[in-house]
Design a protein around this ligand. Structure first.
Ligand SMILES: NC(=O)c1ccc[n+]([C@@H]2O[C@H](COP(=O)([O-])OP(=O)(O)OC[C@H]3O[C@@H](n4cnc5c(N)ncnc54)[C@H](OP(=O)(O)O)[C@@H]3O)[C@@H](O)[C@H]2O)c1
Length: 356
């Protein structure tokens, strides 16, 4: 039995779903993989629960319940002030699983990598930040499948294409469930303000919808894919189309939601322009010839993007060998449970690889 030490960085929706899936898969991991995942600690934004010996399943279930009930971890033995020390003290073969949504732990991640630890990321920020972070993190001891399209095998497919020597000419992907929903509403003639309010009411957006509408999340995904292709680019190289003007950044969420109707007219014009001749409205990341874009496209109705349902995430790889029928991956590209399953797959895969 291989005992794999792991440390949770982040204990929100994805982190908690991951822990639950690990506990539920104990028997499967034992029989199928000869593996036991030993959780040595969990950190959230306020504190950390840390143990030199693996936390028992009872202690882990208690941590899950306490976090759900109180929003906090059960033990305040450590704070995030000493997160760096905590991570530095992990065994060299540990895997740190970053399901936070922050850059705060990047120095600790890099330090751990340098000591030989592995890293699994659902958090895009460490890979879409400074190129120096990318260089320090994105190697054979790191996995980041869920950063572009949740558990859909986008990263592993691109890795295989690159390993095989295929030449990837163009990648296009609809990688935001929220923007997919907004596109479907706009295409159906719903006014922009109503579409945003509806998406927020349904819980499809972040509490501040501008975080989705600004396109930054899609731009980060595009940057990660481009860096995998070998382009040494930074976020400033991504041409990002925001669905609201920058001036509205200084409004409170309430004021933004009140004023969003002022964008109805210009948005209707933009949509009409993109959807002439039956073209379909999509918000996509496009990577081609070292140029990166995140923004609206009018997709040919017979293309893979045009034929897709707006509720699905779709990534299309146009390559030397996939020409007239490009390689396409589509499915559910968001959701905490499905993302956690992708993270768990990465943990098992990396553990196997690190164990040699
Ligand atoms: N949800 C999805 O469908 C999806 C899909 C693909 C990728 N992702 C990525 O997965 C990550 C987690 O998503 P989520 O939905 O679980 O978000 P979430 O519920 O907001 O959870 C984020 C977690 O990160 C913790 N955190 C924040 N700053 C931290 C720090 N400095 N040190 C340690 N922990 C810190 C938060 O702590 P508190 O609990 O104390 O606030 C929280 O536990 C994000 O990066 C997201 O972009 C999500």
């Amino acid at each position: 039995m291989h005992k794999q030490p792991i440390f949770f960085l982040g204990f929100g929706g994805v982190g908690r779903a991951l822990l639950k899936q690990i506990l539920d898969a104990r028997e499967l991991h034992r029989s199928r993989n000869g593996l036991k995942l030993d959780v040595l600690g969990i950190a959230d934004s306020a504190g950390a629960l840390v143990s030199e010996k693996p936390l028992t399943d009872a202690a882990l279930r208690k941590a899950l319940q306490t976090k759900i009930d109180t929003g906090r971890l059960p033990d305040k033995a450590a704070t995030n002030a000493n997160l760096r020390t905590t991570i530095a003290a992990l065994p060299k073969n540990a895997i740190i699983v970053d399901t936070s949504a922050s850059a705060a732990a990047v120095p600790a991640l890099i330090q751990a990598k340098r000591r030989g630890c592995g890293v699994v990321l659902a958090n895009k920020i460490p890979l879409a930040g400074d190129l120096a972070w990318w260089d320090a993190i994105a190697d054979e001891r790191a996995r980041w499948e869920t950063t572009c399209g949740s558990a859909m095998p986008v990263i592993s497919t691109l890795t295989t294409l690159l390993d095989s020597g295929d030449a990837v000419h163009r990648i296009e992907g609809t990688l935001s469930g929220t923007l997919g929903y907004v596109c479907s509403q706009l295409e159906a003639g719903v006014k922009f303000g109503d579409a945003v309010r509806d998406a927020k009411m349904r819980g499809y957006t972040e509490p501040d919808p501008r975080q989705d509408l600004g396109g930054l999340d899609v731009a980060r995904k595009a940057l990660i894919l481009a860096r995998m292709l070998g382009y040494r680019l930074e976020m400033k190289n991504v041409k990002v189309e925001s669905l609201y003007p920058k001036l509205m950044d200084k409004l409170s969420v309430e004021d933004f939601m009140r004023d969003v109707d002022s964008l109805n007219g210009p948005m209707a014009e933009r949509v009409a322009e993109l959807t002439t001749d039956g073209h379909k409205l999509r918000y996509a990341a496009v990577i081609e010839n070292g140029k990166l874009k995140a923004g609206f496209v009018g997709a040919d109705p017979n293309s893979k993007l045009g034929l897709s349902r707006t509720s699905d995430s779709v990534v299309v790889f146009h390559t030397r060998y996939f020409t007239d029928n490009p390689l396409t991956i589509s499915g559910r590209g968001a959701g905490q449970e499905v993302t956690a399953s992708g993270v768990l797959g990465d943990v098992v895969n990396l553990s196997r690889s690190m164990a040699g």
